[in-house]
Write a protein that binds this ligand. Structure first.
Ligand code: NAD
Ligand code: UDP
Ligand code: UDP
Length: 313
């Protein structure tokens, strides 16, 4: 039987790649998005497919549809966007999770939550394992996102315990690739766009802080594998690329791949910016037989190609 899959946030960066992948697997895909940070352009190439449906809807309001599986990705993910309207960010994570869990409860659908490495905050444990509870500031500028996502995890596990829901929770680490927004402030898109435009590369702090960057195709593969694990395995499960780079190294890689003459310009480090982040993916390796395949250099080349085309339009 054809699986009916609801993807919230389906017109966003990760969501649009996920819709593509699910259609390739012959699923019937309902993409729900309020276009806050997503765009129709990301899914326009899917619009003519008979198994694809796009619906404008804000998940902080109830949604009555029929489906077998739900991927809950709706939530702005870049600091600029999630801090623009922080109350709405928390509502999307918390009210949105309640509505999607209510929908899963009524339809008995399996539901996967796109959580985040931000639940670990500025971590004291390195690399981060799933049993680490995190070090998150509850009242800072990043809290709407971090605490919203933490509360969503709580709701998922309470709906599981209280109502027997079939849940899956993945914690996604920094992911990049084509269809990131050029102006969303995330480091990979910022650096590539700045390099291509010959503008200064904005390095926050001394650039010694680290991140581990996962290419979008690897991430989506991990997410789909998690959805397909046997009932009773809930996670949380880390998904990301464990190869860690300093932000300065990233800047230098982007400069060399684009052949840009942009100079590096130091800017103040934002408040509560985590110093280091690297996923421990032993659980994903064991449970999903998964690990990222795309090296940073190769993924960056694809992403540079995408932004080159976009900026030329
Ligand atoms: P994105 O901003 O491109 O996608 C989010 C999508 O959700 C957008 O299309 C947006 O319009 C939509 N949306 C926002 N609020 C909504 C609402 N109330 N109702 C309906 N739709 C709404 O971001 P992304 O990078 O694709 O992230 C997708 C998910 O993955 C998010 O939940 C994010 O927290 C999580 N995540 C992403 C990363 C990453 O590095 N990309 C890392 C950790 C977690
Ligand atoms: N909900 C929804 N779609 C559904 C079923 C429920 O959006 O198909 C919403 C509903 O509006 C409710 C929330 O999900 O506010 C939580 O549902 P639940 O059944 O857990 O709670 P209750 O309806 O008892 O408040
Ligand atoms: N960063 C930077 N210059 C930029 C954008 C980001 O140096 O133009 C740094 C930022 O301070 C952080 C890292 O890059 O240390 C990753 O930032 P991003 O916003 O992409 O993700 P997050 O902080 O959520 O991991």
């Amino acid at each position: 039987m054809t699986q009916r899959v609801l993807v919230t946030g389906g017109a966003g960066f990760l969501g649009s790649h996920l819709c593509e992948r699910l259609l390739a697997e012959d699923c019937d895909v309902l993409c729900v998005d309020n276009f806050y940070t997503g765009t129709k352009r990301n899914v326009v190439h899917l619009a003519s497919k008979p198994m694809f449906e796009l619906m404008r809807h804000d998940i902080t309001f109830p949604l009555y549809v029929e489906c077998d599986r739900i991927y809950n990705l709706a939530c702005p993910a870049s600091p600029i966007h999630y801090q623009f309207d922080p109350v709405q960010t928390t509502k999307t994570s918390v009210h949105g999770a309640i509505n999607m869990l209510g929908l899963a409860k009524r339809t008995r659908a399996r539901i996967l939550q796109a959580s985040t490495s931000e639940v670990y905050g500025d971590p004291e444990v390195h690399p981060q394992t799933e049993d680490y509870w995190g070090r998150v500031n509850p009242i800072g500028p990043r809290s709407c996102y971090d605490e919203g996502k933490r509360c969503a995890e709580t709701l998922f596990f309470d709906y599981q315990r209280q109502h027997g829901l079939d849940i899956k929770v993945v914690r996604i680490f920094n992911t990049y690739g084509p269809r990131m927004l050029p102006n969303d402030g995330r480091v990979v898109s910022n650096f590539i766009v700045q390099a291509l435009r010959g503008e200064p590369i904005t390095l926050y702090g001394d650039g010694a802080q680290t991140r581990s960057f996962c290419y979008v195709d690897d991430l989506i593969d991990g997410m789909v594998r998690m959805m397909n694990t046997p009932q009773g395995f809930y996670g949380p499960l880390n998904l990301g690329n464990p190869v860690e780079f300093t932000i300065r190294e990233l800047a230098e890689k982007v400069l060399s791949l684009t052949g840009s003459k942009s100079r590096i310009e130091r800017k103040p480090l934002p408040q509560d910016d985590p110093r280091q982040r690297q996923p421990d993916i032993a659980l994903a390796k064991g449970k999903l037989d998964w690990q990222p395949k795309v090296a940073l250099e190769d993924g960056l080349k694809e992403t540079v190609r995408y932004f080159r085309e976009l900026l030329a339009q």
